[in-house]
Design a protein around this ligand. Structure first.
Ligand SMILES: Nc1ncnc2c1ncn2[C@@H]1O[C@H](COP(=O)(O)OP(=O)(O)OP(=O)(O)O)[C@@H](O)[C@H]1O
Ligand SMILES: [Mg+2]
Length: 365
């Protein structure tokens, strides 16, 4: 039996490991937290930092193929892993993605539409407002970025520019969409239905698929994502986040070279999930069919919901087409993704409108 090693032990790694096991692979995962979501479910949990080359090499040695659930692992560590075992996606993909400036320049060179951007290392580099400033490295879930309506006070500016940043124009988008696709080692690619995403405070709140957009817009989004995957020589599942402007144009926001929160709906809605498809791609197995049965809505369950205790899950029992996923995290902190639920079928469309009411009901009084 072969082993798939996963760098990172969060919920993405957990769902990935479960899918890989269904394909007949053993699984190993590396994370600093022994009780992390993925370490709870893999055959070989390994405790260690994903940015520690020795720990990463230990994972590689017990694995036949290595992949990752987190794209910010330092390049030198990835190079060491890739020297020992096949690593997908390849370190060259991560080298482009990890630094927002490098990523934006790569997209620019490829002719991808995106918001005007520039390097920014101080307030002097902000010629106009409003503007969005993002740390070049180590940002996720809206962390390490600021939306500025006017010049920040010196303290805020010092905090923001403590590390190199990029600035980009604030995009007055109509909708946010993402395209999730999976590219095999042989270049064959499958694309999931285009998803529409609602963010709150920079964090994904809910996704629905298919996105409510014209078919030609969906086709254009898919074209952009396919082109990006080819240009990167991606292997595995990846997501391209885009803004849809009121005039119908699409701008690429960013690329995630991994399974993505906006693809969780595929677990219930598609013949093959984004996780299974990723495992198939990196393990060199034929990709599966990705057709969706019908519409789906996914809603994230954030730590805030646990403020007064475990939510009342019994309220979900009678909702047709609903599946609840919890990630096995022991401590619920605000801003932490604790789980999600998906509604598929006829009731999905209504769930998109009802999600807030549902979350309010789940929260203990
Ligand atoms: N230039 C922009 N104009 C308008 N809104 C923006 C802009 N950049 C980011 N946002 C909003 O903030 C959200 C998070 O931004 P972004 O995707 O760049 O950050 P992130 O930290 O990588 O987030 P995540 O990990 O959730 O993908 C976007 O989905 C969007 O809602
Ligand atoms: Mg994003």
């Amino acid at each position: 039996m072969k082993t798939l090693g996963i760098l990172g032990g969060g919920q993405l790694g957990r769902l990935l490991a479960r899918a890989a096991r269904d394909l007949g692979w053993r699984t190993a995962a590396l994370d600093p937290v022994p009780d992390s979501p993925a370490l709870q479910v893999v055959d070989e949990p390994m405790v260690g930092a994903v940015d520690d080359p020795e720990a990463a090499k230990r994972l590689a040695r017990v694995s036949d193929v290595v992949t990752l659930e987190w794209e910010l692992i330092p390049a030198p560590v990835l190079e060491e892993v890739a020297a020992l075992r096949p690593l997908y996606p390849k370190p060259s993909v991560l080298a482009v993605i990890q630094d927002r400036l490098t990523q934006k320049r790569f997209l620019e060179a490829g002719g991808f539409p995106q918001a005007p951007f520039a390097e920014a290392s101080s307030v002097k580099d902000l010629p106009h407002y409003p503007v969005v400033v993002k740390r070049r490295r180590h940002g996720y879930d809206g962390k390490g970025q600021a939306r500025l309506a006017g010049p920040p006070d010196p303290e805020a500016a010092a905090a923001l520019f403590a590390a190199p940043c990029v600035r980009e124009d604030l995009v007055p988008f109509d909708k946010e969409v993402s395209v999730i696709l999976t590219r095999g080692r042989d270049g064959r690619t499958t694309v999931f239905p285009v998803a529409e995403n609602l963010h709150r405070g920079g964090v994904l709140h809910a996704t629905r698929a298919p996105a409510e957009i014209p078919p030609e817009t969906a086709a254009a989004a898919v074209e952009l994502a396919l082109k990006a995957a080819r240009a990167l020589d991606m292997v595995g599942t990846m997501a391209v986040e885009m803004f849809l402007l009121p005039d119908g144009r699409l701008l690429v926001n960013e690329i995630a070279p991994r399974v993505h929160n906006s693809g969780h709906y595929t677990l219930e809605a598609c013949a093959t999930s984004q996780f299974e498809q990723h495992a198939r791609a990196v393990c060199g197995q034929p990709l599966g069919p990705v057709d969706a049965e019908g519409p789906a809505v996914m809603v994230n369950l954030m730590g805030e919901l646990w403020e007064k205790g475990e939510p009342d899950w019994s309220l979900l029992e009678d909702v047709p087409g609903l599946t609840l996923h919890l990630y096995g995290k022991s401590a619920a902190r605000p801003g932490r993704k604790m789980g999600h639920y998906t509604v598929v079928g006829a009731d999905a469309v209504e769930e998109w409108l009802r999600a807030d009411e549902r979350l309010a009901a789940l929260r203990r009084a």
